[in-house]
Design a protein around this ligand. Structure first.
Ligand code: FEO
Length: 171
């Protein structure tokens, strides 16, 4: 069902999703070290969501009779110059993931692989939300600048984020 090229790209995207979890966990550690536990919480929830994204790829590849190939993940960046620097890096990473998903859609379309194309639509929509989430916090941090109280208010706000497990990780 999968062409060799598409299967390779699907496995690579599965890695990208798990690598995203690893990256956001590293970012959570950075915020924890900066004594901003609310922002660290937001990043940990983000990391958990990325794990569910990786699992979605795993399930779909299996269901569609593809062979999974779990690949090595490089160590992510653990330290940042500032909260703004960190969220900008997160936004840049999400831009990369969006481009990668769009490339997968193009490959699936070229192959006439309708099932994979439909599976990927969830990720196309999800990426709009992912980029919007990071972009909004980048803007807030730019507005906060050197205002310590503003940063503490953002920390309180981001402490509210809760991980909601999906009903199923299957597509
Ligand atoms: Fe699953 Fe944030 O990309």
């Amino acid at each position: 069902m999968f062409s060799k090229k598409l299967l390779d790209a699907m496995n690579e995207q599965m890695k990208n999703e798990f690598a995203s979890a690893y990256l956001y966990l590293a970012m959570a550690g950075y915020f924890q070290s900066e004594e901003l536990p609310g922002i660290a919480n937001w990043m940990r929830v983000q990391a958990l969501e990325e794990l569910t994204h990786g699992e979605k790829f795993f399930h779909f590849i299996c269901d569609a009779n593809g062979r999974t190939d779990v690949r090595a993940i490089e160590a992510p960046q653990n330290s940042y110059k500032s909260p703004l620097d960190c969220f900008k890096a997160g936004l840049k990473h999400e831009n990369f993931v969006t481009a990668s998903i769009n490339n997968l859609v193009d490959l699936a379309r070229k192959d006439g692989n309708h099932a994979t194309e439909i599976f990927l639509q969830w990720f196309v929509t999800e990426q709009v939300e992912e980029e919007a989430n990071f972009s909004l916090i980048v803007k807030k941090l730019e507005r906060i600048g050197n205002d310590g109280n503003g940063l503490l208010r953002l920390d309180e706000e981001l402490a509210q984020r809760v991980f909601v497990p999906p009903a199923t990780t299957a597509a």
